[in-house]
Design a protein around this ligand. Structure first.
Ligand SMILES: Cc1cc2nc3c(=O)[nH]c(=O)nc-3n(C[C@H](O)[C@H](O)[C@H](O)COP(=O)(O)O)c2cc1C
Length: 316
């Protein structure tokens, strides 16, 4: 049995976000109850040719387990090589294949959402990964790419041992906005017997639970709803269990932000601190009247700067 089947349902997953779901952020989300966390998308072309930087991007801490490394690309041979390398060198809990990315430079290579619409190539890629790892293989798709709908995609992939599907309930044309197609997500259930995670539009805990209940999925994947609010996972679980909603106190938000920043600095040094600036701006969105310090947070250079700015805020 793979880790996917062992997870208690419903499953609350941190969905992949390029430039965001790095090791420190994944650790914070796990601490707040995310049941499984995904890496940012990693290039199989890079892994097959010059893997050092990309392996570094995919590195993780044991506390993140279960951790899924997500790969993107178009060439089954590169996927095979990348799957072997990631399995042997990094030993994550699972490998995910990206079939949803709408970014032009990814689409132009025939990768991401473009690969979803190329059924024979998509099947070859999934087979190549399954044949080159003992880890459970999952996929992340949209409900439609070009003329290919998710149900046709899944039918074409029948017989492949795909353990989980995170389904972004939007079409390629919609990119990242507009309504989530609940019906199409429910329809996918009839074509896929593995773990189904509904994704898209879980901007807060209530939306997340609504997405779960309306789609009848085994869980939900939260992406942008976790930005600056990693406690969304704890909130969804509380809501589901009928417990009282406990809004996080500003002092706790600062503690989380500082802890996150410390990890980012330890792991990535100066680069981590620069990457942290956007997270800090997201964190303070949840602090009443803190908008005025956003500019200062967007310019921090070290932990001392962050501490000083946060200390300057008078909390109620
Ligand atoms: C900035 C950004 C980066 C993303 N990076 C990835 C990625 O690396 N891999 C992936 O499969 N999806 C990626 N996505 C898509 C998200 O995982 C998710 O499917 C989408 O944002 C919808 O979920 P949400 O409404 O909860 O944000 C990204 C989305 C955004 C906005």
């Amino acid at each position: 049995m793979s880790f996917w089947e062992k997870l208690e349902k419903p499953i609350f997953a941190l969905a992949p976000l390029s430039g965001v779901t790095d090791s420190p952020f994944r650790r914070i989300c796990r601490e707040f109850g995310a049941d499984v966390v995904y890496s940012e998308l990693a290039s199989t072309t890079a892994l097959a040719h010059n893997p050092r930087t990309t392996l570094e991007l995919l590195r993780f801490d044991e506390s993140e387990r279960p951790y899924v490394a997500q790969l993107f690309g178009y060439n089954p041979e590169y996927f095979a090589k990348a799957a072997r390398l990631v399995t042997e060198v990094l030993r994550p809990d699972g490998i995910d294949i990206n079939f949803g990315c709408p970014v032009p430079k990814v689409i132009r290579q025939g990768a991401g959402a473009s690969l979803m619409s190329n059924l024979p190539q998509a099947r070859e890629v999934i087979s190549a990964v399954i044949e080159n790892t003992h880890l459970p293989v999952s996929i992340k798709t949209r409900i439609k790419s070009k003329e290919i709908e998710i149900s046709a995609f899944l039918e074409y992939m029948a017989g492949l041992d795909i353990k989980a599907l995170m389904l972004h309930g939007r079409t390629l044309t919609q990119r990242f906005s507009g309504p989530i197609d609940i019906e199409k997500t429910r329809e996918a259930r009839r074509h896929f017997s593995g773990i189904l995670l509904a994704n898209g539009g879980a901007t807060n805990a209530a939306n997340g639970i609504e997405l779960l209940q309306q789609t009848g999925a085994d869980g939900v994947g939260v992406a942008r709803g976790a930005l600056g609010r990693p406690w969304i996972f704890r909130e969804m679980k509380a809501l589901l269990n009928g417990g009282p909603r406990q809004p996080i106190a500003p002092a706790d938000i600062f503690r989380v932000a500082l802890k996150h920043a410390k990890m980012a600095e330890e792991l990535k040094g100066r680069r981590g601190m620069l990457e942290m600036r956007k997270h800090l701006c997201w964190y303070i969105q949840s602090v009443p009247d803190a908008g005025k310090i956003r500019k200062q947070l967007a310019g921090v250079n070290n932990l001392g700067d962050i501490q000083e700015i946060l200390d300057s805020i008078e909390l109620p």
